[in-house]
Design a protein around this ligand. Structure first.
Ligand code: F6R
Length: 603
């Protein structure tokens, strides 16, 4: 849940590492730090708070060196503080490390080291790695790292430097992401591609328990038995611009506006040509008797949308499970179950565990992932990539939209293979999917109105999102978006549930957002709207409705007409913009909401 970067090269490592940390800050922002191999050994500067606070401290320091590590932290063990920030040094100042992950046996190891007289400087689990490495160090850093890896239990991506080795960083990983980048001026390790994209688009993906030894002009790979490995160099297709704000005030707004292109690219990859199409065509849906979708957060919400679409079009039973629940519930699945894992990062700990649980029970796994080479992408039987490019804002927008589109295409493909829809319907459905980018662009033309409406909503303490059927599914995402970035309490309910409890919460100070795109259920949602208005609520309807008379209590944001099951792709754009502008009007840190991190790689 932290971001790490390392550089071994010919240039000053400080600006390179600090700039890389800026791109990784979405992974955690409780503290940041750097360790540079300088003229007098390790120069370490670390600071509680945002990266900006570290940068401010670096202004008066003249640190230079061509080898260094950097870290941005999302605290797990030990509160956010200067001492608990990374990099951590062993007490003899011989070893410096940065770590992303959790060391499960750290207490036992710490006790053992303390009995030997080692004094710890922090409350973190990570410091044990530096202390252990110093304790094992025998003059050979590679041997030492292997010894450490064999002792640690838990997850880690880490970079290690040794005072006796001014040219070398050793990078290793287990259950947390780490890539190795090679450029003309030096070599990198990093948690994610955007951190190094400015310098290179050539990367190696490290597998679990593999070791990379980085020097300024070489990278060598080993397995845990110290045998040399050959790995293939991959080229990243993400552009440098995609990881920059490009004039927008926040990444989130930039990413919202990128959606027509992202949806277009995703459709292209799955319908026209490209690897997604080949994979989808190769899935034999007839060999399964049920589908289970499992994911976390927004990706789970995409799964709830998909359940309605798959069940309606394919007439196949679909269960949607939160990955954190699925992994422990002893699910009833077997080789006749297709388990679909949805994850932007491909590194979410609960989703990885759910995937491994599904595989252990013989189910066939299909993932929908954004980050190429991520753990879920690599370990599932089939992987479809969303063409969203790097998503930097913590709150997902464009990756979610790309997930929806892939799920629709999958549903239409499966329905056709299962002979549940005639060819003519298949053609009609694909045409409706193909037109989505234009319809999303059309909504984006109405940003000023959505912005104006949102600016009048910043005072609400509570917002309820209502919908029925597919509108309920997307109401879940609307509610999650609002709460995570605006800190306004929100809940999503199926319209029919309102009378079974939630209506007791409706009062004068309540806003209800009703999604309404299900033709045959529009009257029912209208009746829910009347019920809450008569109890004092104000209502915003988002939908393709021409029959709504707006008044002081009732507003409408219209969305273009589209095949009902695909309407979440349009409603969600309004919901994202609404949440964005509420949070922007409150002056909040939209791209890095409090307590959150983009990649939840710990349980
Ligand atoms: C919400 C959000 C999170 C993620 C969730 C799963 O805006 O971004 O709820 O959807 O943490 O993350 P991934 O998709 O990386 O598995």
């Amino acid at each position: 849940m932290c971001g790490i970067i390392g550089y071994a090269g010919k240039e000053n490592a400080v600006p390179i590492i600090v700039d890389g940390l800026k791109k990784l800050e979405y992974r955690g922002y409780d503290s940041a730090g750097i360790a540079i191999y300088g003229v007098d050994g390790f120069d370490v500067v670390k600071q509680k708070g945002r990266l900006a606070a570290l940068e401010a401290r670096l202004v008066d320091r003249t640190i230079t060196g061509c080898l260094g590590l950097g870290h941005t932290r999302w605290a797990t063990h030990g509160e956010p503080s200067d001492e608990n920030s990374h990099p951590h040094l062993g007490s003899k100042n011989k070893i410096a490390i940065v770590h992303n992950g959790i060391i499960e046996n750290y207490k036992r190891l710490k006790e053992r080291l303390e009995q030997k007289g080692v004094r710890f400087a922090s409350q973190t689990d990570s410091e044990v790695i530096a202390q252990l490495a110093e304790n094992y160090y025998n003059g050979d850093l590679l041997d030492t790292v292997i010894h450490v890896m064999n002792t640690l239990e838990g997850s880690y991506a880490m970079g290690i430097m040794c005072i006796d080795d001014p040219d070398t960083i050793i990078a290793v990983k287990k259950d947390n992401p780490l890539i190795i980048g090679v450029s003309e001026h030096g070599n990198f390790m990093a948690s994610d591609v955007p951190a190094i994209l400015k310098h290179t688009n050539k990367v190696y993906y490290l597998n679990d328990k593999e070791i990379a030894v980085l020097k300024k002009d070489s990278v060598q790979f080993y397995n845990i038995d110290k045998e040399s490995l050959e790995k293939s160099l991959e080229t990243i297709t993400w552009s440098l611009d995609s990881a920059e704000k490009g004039g927008y005030p926040h990444f989130m707004l930039k990413e919202i506006t990128e959606q027509p292109k992202i949806i277009q690219d995703t459709i292209q990859s799955a319908l026209k040509s490209g690897e997604n199409k080949t994979i989808i065509d190769n899935i034999n849906i007839k060999s399964f008797n049920k589908i289970v979708i499992t994911a976390c957060g927004s990706a789970y919400n995409a799964g709830v949308v998909a359940k309605y679409v798959f069940e309606k079009l394919c007439r196949i039973s679909v269960e949607v499970e939160l990955a954190s629940e699925f992994r422990y519930k002893d699910a009833i699945i077997d080789e006749k179950t297709l388990v679909i894992l949805i994850s932007q990062s491909g590194e979410t700990a609960d989703t990885i565990a759910a995937m491994r649980e599904a595989k252990s029970k013989g189910a066939v796994t299909l993932s929908i992932v954004n980050v190429v080479g991520s753990t879920i992408a690599k370990e599932t039987d089939f992987c479809l990539y969303t063409a969203a490019g790097p998503e930097i804002a913590v709150a997902t927008t464009k990756a979610f939209s790309a997930q929806l589109v892939l799920l629709y295409i999958l549903a239409v493909n499966f329905a056709a293979k299962l002979e549940k829809i005639p060819q003519e319907t298949e053609r009609m459905l694909l045409a409706e999917i193909t037109i989505l980018p234009d319809k999303v662009s059309n909504i984006l033309e109405h940003v000023p109105y959505i912005q104006m409406y949102a600016s009048s909503c910043i005072g609400y303490k509570s917002v309820f999102f209502l919908g029925r059927n597919i509108d309920y599914a997307i109401a879940l995402e609307g509610s999650l978006k609002l709460k995570e970035i605006s800190y306004i309490h929100s809940e999503a309910y199926a319209g029919g549930e309102l009378k079974h409890g939630p209506i007791s919460l409706v009062e004068n100070d309540t806003l209800v957002v009703a999604i309404s795109n299900c033709g045959r259920l529009n009257e029912k949602i209208t009746s829910n709207v009347e019920q809450v208005i008569s109890r004092g609520a104000k209502v915003l309807i988002i939908g393709n409705r021409t029959d709504i008379q707006q008044n002081e209590k009732l507003s409408l944001i219209s969305i273009p007409e589209i095949y009902e099951l695909f309407s979440p792709s349009l409603s969600v754009i309004v919901l994202q913009l609404f949440s964005y502008y509420v949070a922007a009007n409150k002056g909040l840190d939209i791209d890095k909401p409090r307590n959150l991190a983009k990649s939840v790689t710990v349980e």
